[in-house]
Ligand binder design. Structure first.
Ligand code: HSE
Length: 410
């Protein structure tokens, strides 16, 4: 099967490298050999073993009748969307790692694929190399999925792990992560939770068979987490993780959120450290199952792209199902999502905080009664389960808390 790779950056070159390295395994999985005929990139790559496959014009690829599949690893919505549409309209299947495009136009692209008896697969867009989408569509297809909860961003998981281990503040660890290449020069998409948000929006769409747009998802990043939060987390026998969570409610709506959570040490996600990702799925018969692995990185992400290539090769001329639909999901309003909250306040603001919580009808426990944080200039509380809206309203009458972090309970 002759294929083309769009974009010879980190993931694209990883795809070519996986195809070169695992030739025999891929042949056995795909049922035939897979050969990269073209690589589309604006740049040239002198002395690269695939130098002669590089082209700068998409028309060469889409008009070549030998090309049966395209791996789109360009990122961004344009020109990736136009190229993908043109390929699918010609019956050429497309696989991608491009979560922006899947999130924004996945449903439309799948419709085009279906109409042209080809496929649009996007395993690498969520959880890097972890085969979570495939698992949802095959092994778990006969289950009723109730929720997915995941550590979906490697950069922020690395930063949180290091902040806790070293006792350092966010800005210092971010700087170190950038030096080591674990965080981008512009880290906004990762640290503000936008990347995890797109991924949970895709997962939420898949489990609900409805369209969840990332703009609808309540999203908080990790920039406000401080080293002192980890001192309290330790006292509470918890760790702080940036989670994406999507859950079906009894009335058919979805609760979707991306935020830092204090999770118990006994929770399976609490042991997921550094750049690793994990997704926990709860389904009606199986119960809880968890999928763990490298959520980013050249070869890991490329491995997921290649797995999609092989699945399409095994199903030539047929549409391989991935259920992204255009029908809009109904989401529970962020203000109505209920959690216990960890609240830290300056000692001088203690009375105002207690009054605000009591006046708002919000019960709370004083963490000072449970352990000694050693931080004498502060007070810390855990509220009873309360909606975010109610808590925010109550806190309008108190000085801004030093921290406000949700608790995840098992
Ligand atoms: N920046 C992402 C992460 C890469 O850190 O997980 C994979 O989407």
């Amino acid at each position: 099967m002759k294929i083309a790779v769009l974009g010879y950056g980190t993931v694209g070159s990883g795809v070519v490298s996986v195809i070169d390295t695992n030739k025999e395994e891929i042949k056995s999985s795909a049922g035939e050999g897979v050969e990269v005929k073209y690589i589309l990139d604006l740049r040239s790559f002198p002395n690269d073993p695939h130098e002669r496959d590089v082209v700068h014009d998409f028309d060469i690829i889409v008009n070549d009748k030998e090309i049966r599949l395209i791996a789109e690893t360009m990122g961004g919505t344009e020109p990736a969307r136009t190229f993908t549409e043109r390929a699918l309209q010609k019956g050429i299947s497309v696989v991608t790692s491009n979560k922006e495009l899947v999130d924004a136009h996945g449903a439309e692209l799948i419709e085009i694929a279906k109409a042209n008896n080809c496929s649009y697969l996007f395993e690498a867009s969520v959880g890097g190399g972890i085969p979570i989408l495939h698992t949802l569509h095959t092994a778990l297809k006969s289950e009723r999925i109730e929720s997915v909860t995941g550590i979906l961003n490697g950069t922020t998981n690395y930063i949180l792990t290091k902040m806790e281990a070293v006792g350092a503040d966010f800005a210092d660890v971010l700087k170190k992560a950038q030096e080591l290449g674990y965080a981008e020069k512009d880290p906004t998409a990762d640290v503000e939770g936008h990347d995890a948000c797109r991924k949970i929006a895709i997962l939420a769409s898949l489990i609900s068979n409805r369209r969840v747009r990332h703009e609808q998802v309540m999203t908080e990043g990790i920039t406000k987490i401080t080293r002192d939060d980890f001192i309290y987390a330790r006292g509470m026998q918890r760790r702080i993780k940036l989670l994406g969570h999507a859950e079906k409610t009894k009335d058919g709506s979805l609760r979707v959120i991306v935020a830092p959570f204090l999770i118990p040490l006994t929770h399976p996600l609490s042991g997921v450290d550094d750049v690793f990702n994990a997704v926990e799925v709860t389904s009606n018969m199986l119960g809880v199952s968890m999928y763990y692995g490298r959520g980013a990185g050249k070869e890991a992400t490329a491995s997921a792209v290649v797995a999609d290539i092989c699945e399409i090769a095994r199903n030539q001329g047929a549409y391989v199902e991935r259920s992204l639909t255009k029908e809009e999901a109904s989401l529970v309003d962020a203000a109505e999502q209920t959690y216990k909250f960890f609240v830290r306040t300056a000692a001088k603001d203690k009375d105002a905080m207690i009054t605000a919580l009591s006046d708002g009808g919000i019960a709370y426990e004083d963490l000072r009664r449970q352990f000694d944080s050693g931080i004498t200039s502060e007070e810390a509380y855990v509220t009873a389960p309360v909606s975010y809206g109610t808590l925010q309203k109550a806190l309008q009458n108190a000085p801004a808390p030093l921290s406000l972090i949700r608790l995840l309970d098992i």
